[in-house]
Design a protein around this ligand. Sequence first.
Ligand code: PEP
Ligand code: CO
Length: 463
Amino acid sequence: MNDWKIDSWRRRRAAQQAEYADPRALEAAIERIRSYPPLVSAGEVERLRGELREAGAGRRFLLQGGDCAETLNDCTPDRIASKLKILLQMSLVLVYGTNRPVVRVGRMAGQYAKPRSNAVERVGDEEIATYRGDLVNSFAPSARGRAPDPARLLSAYQHSALTLNFIRALIDGGFADLHHPEYWDMRDFRGSPIAAEYQAVVQAISDSVEFVESLGEATGEPLQRIAFYTSHEGLLLPYEEAQTRTVPRRSGYYNLGAHMLWIGERTREVNGAHVEYFRGIRNPVGVKIGPTCRPEEAVEIAVRLNPERDAGRLVLITRMGADRVDVALPPIVEAVSQAEIPVVWCCDPMHGNVVRTRSGRKTRSFDAILHELESVLQVHEEQGTILGGVHLELTGERVTECLGGASGLTEEDLGENYATYCDPRLNYSQSLEIAFLLARRLNPSGRCAGPNGGIAGGEKLRR
Ligand code: PEP
Ligand code: CO
């Protein structure tokens, strides 16, 4: 890798970094993390690369999802299990409906750093630094709470390890409850016209899982060898550098703090520090592409990050906003295709669709999210490219943060359980519904098929 070094990013402009008052304390924390065992293995990272190669070609489908901002307090058995549960249930729906294996990647076990549009915010008469995620500072709105604290780096690393350890244990143990229909919470679908249809799909999936499990018992094969990968935004570069290692018998550098990392919309400058750091590691890398990204810029980023043109290396995660997809996405897809750089096209229908309610709360509407998904699918169909995956912000809890969905969540309902530290997330039933609708749209004649195929505007889908 010509002239790349583990710290060559330090000579570039690094956006969205924390300013630590005591650089020696930062260095000590980083040194400690360097000495800890890694969270994932290089073999797992390579396996994910292989699976993403297939997602790019349409033989698998990437489901990436989780919190906008994970918090250290979220590191409880219930919260981890419920997030894993919704992701696994969504993946079962997608596998069942599309006949394609799903690549499951959580925004979990390390999603602790947040880029911010504003560096400061007003609280009463005071102007204080904004919250940058539990990796950096405290959510508590005081000048003291918002000062970056190096001790958080160690704590975040340890909480990532605790989270991942529990995820691995649950999966190894079979997460057997998945085949009980009563473990699928269908309460919020009651009264909706599609409730019976969803229930029938859940019953069919439960029967299939049970059947496959009994086969596993009969043959003595461990059944639940489900692969589950972790990911987070690689934002705070000293922290990411500390997790970057070489391993015996493999060439190149791996970031062993997560299987996959992504570069955010605010830090994807071609000549910036983030692109510089990421070009040197073996992990699959995602890049968020918003509506202001010029097609030439997308090509430059793709060339820089994937010079070897490996199909499993780069995931372009487009997040245009439902109304801008038609104008902004086609030239980007066209330019990247013409440059013949293989990428996995992934749709993030969340980050271009944030709106504020009259009372100032951030929210997103379920219909705008579906609308973006539908428009992106249409663009790829027209361009002859493949949508290889989706990137969602979701939680397994019954939160009230996004509007709409089968339970018809309204602006008035948002106050009931609005719990996010950052962006609004799909709740349990909204997430499951997206999976049903997406499965149906990806395979209109498949086992989730409904009376009609489109997912535009939400309405068409639900009839
Ligand atoms: C995010 O994924 O939480 C995020 C901040 O996204 P983006 O970089 O696309 O704005
Ligand atoms: Co977000």
